[in-house]
Design a protein around this ligand. Structure first.
Ligand code: DOR
Ligand code: ZN
Length: 347
């Protein structure tokens, strides 16, 4: 039996595109399915100023294949030296859609992130005044905190104090992975949303560690216990508008993943929509897929919904997805959900 589902064209509210050869290789996969994406600024060196964001946006536009329609929504990487006036100017010029907070040391290329949260108070106050969202990598980086607890500890020690001290600050808790994170988002009256990735809806920590270490399932925040994965599926498929898709598709060439100290990141851009259709169908929630991928995030960011559409088709045969994509720097492995994908995007 073939089924099909047509939805408003989706957006990806958390995406890594990198730069140079990898950017050119991975961008088409996102632009095929998504109208817009929030572009993460953790390049080396990071995208810190409005001028950096304009230059990076232009490189993304230049890498877009002719005929593909895609809008990069740029972000600034918050450092302890970020100038609130530069943020305000970039916002006024329509250059940026959010500012990204990485606690220093929490993840890939986060060394320039924030160590002392008091030092970014003036920027946070300005964001609240402007109504410009703060996207948050919600993990502490303290060596003594267990890696599986870092999200919950971050909420208690950092995020909740910041939100209490900054009324009106709009915050996206990025790639939420725990029941504690979901509960925190639900407990807020307003101004707090969360992105959920496709991969955290289908893998738990056993996929990463049981029967051999699987570097292509290593991402940050690290996948948690099955109970947390179940809670994420429930939240994503619930229709609650505070939860929306941010794939955190994070390409690294295989040589950087399959090594003694591999990088964090799952490259999900090519099959995120197919994986999501599978998950929502299994929950008998296909009618809520559109809200999660195409409606809720635009609402949170105060942007219009896309006018185009995307059609997913379900075939009896499993659809084939290339296991990796080539780049001039080497192949990048595509996320393997571990089950056959019957859904595919009709192109
Ligand atoms: O898995 C991840 N990869 N998590 C992050 O927070 C960063 C990202 C990357 O840039 O590779
Ligand atoms: Zn990310």
């Amino acid at each position: 039996m073939t089924a099909s589902l047509t939805i408003t064209r989706p957006d990806d509210w958390h995406l890594h595109l990198r730069d140079g050869a990898v950017l050119r290789a991975v961008l088409p996969a996102t632009a095929r399915h998504f109208a817009r994406a929030i572009i993460m600024p953790n390049l080396v060196p990071p995208v810190v100023t409005g001028a950096d964001a304009a230059a990076y946006r232009d490189r993304i536009r230049a890498a877009l294949p002719h005929g593909q329609d895609f809008t990069p929504l740029m972000t600034l990487y918050l450092t302890e030296d970020t100038d609130p006036d530069d943020v305000a100017d970039a916002h006024a010029a329509g250059l940026i859609a959010a500012v990204k907070l990485y606690p220093a040391g929490a993840t890939t290329n986060s060394a320039s992130g924030v160590r002392d949260f008091d030092r970014v108070r003036p920027v946070l106050e300005r964001l609240a005044d402007l109504g410009l969202p703060l996207c948050v990598h919600g993990e502490v980086s303290d060596a003594e905190v267990d890696i599986f607890d870092r999200e919950a500890v971050f909420i208690d020690r950092v995020l909740d104090p910041i939100r209490r001290a900054t009324p009106g600050l709009r915050v996206v808790l990025e790639h939420v992975t725990t029941r504690e994170g979901l509960e925190y988002v639900r407990s807020a009256d307003t101004g707090l949303g969360a992105t959920i990735t496709a991969h955290h809806l289908v893998i738990n920590r056993n996929h990463l560690l049981s029967g051999g270490i699987r570097p292509h399932y290593y991402c940050l925040p690290v996948a948690k216990r099955e109970t947390h994965r179940r809670a994420l599926v429930a939240a994503a498929t619930s229709g609650d508008a505070r939860f929306f898709l941010g794939t955190d598709s994070a390409p690294h060439v295989n040589a950087a993943k399959e090594t003694a100290c591999g990088c964090a990141g799952c490259f999900t851009a090519p099959n995120a929509m197919a994986v999501l259709a599978h998950v929502f169908e299994a929950e008998e929630a296909l009618e809520r897929l559109e809200g999660f991928t195409s409606i809720n995030g635009a609402g949170f960011y105060g942007m219009a919904q896309n006018t185009g559409s995307l059609t997913l088709v379900r075939g009896d045969e499993a659809a084939s997805c290339p296991p990796s994509i080539p780049t001039e720097d080497g192949p990048v492995t595509v996320f393997d959900p571990g089950f056959p994908l019957h859904w595919s995007v009709s192109e």
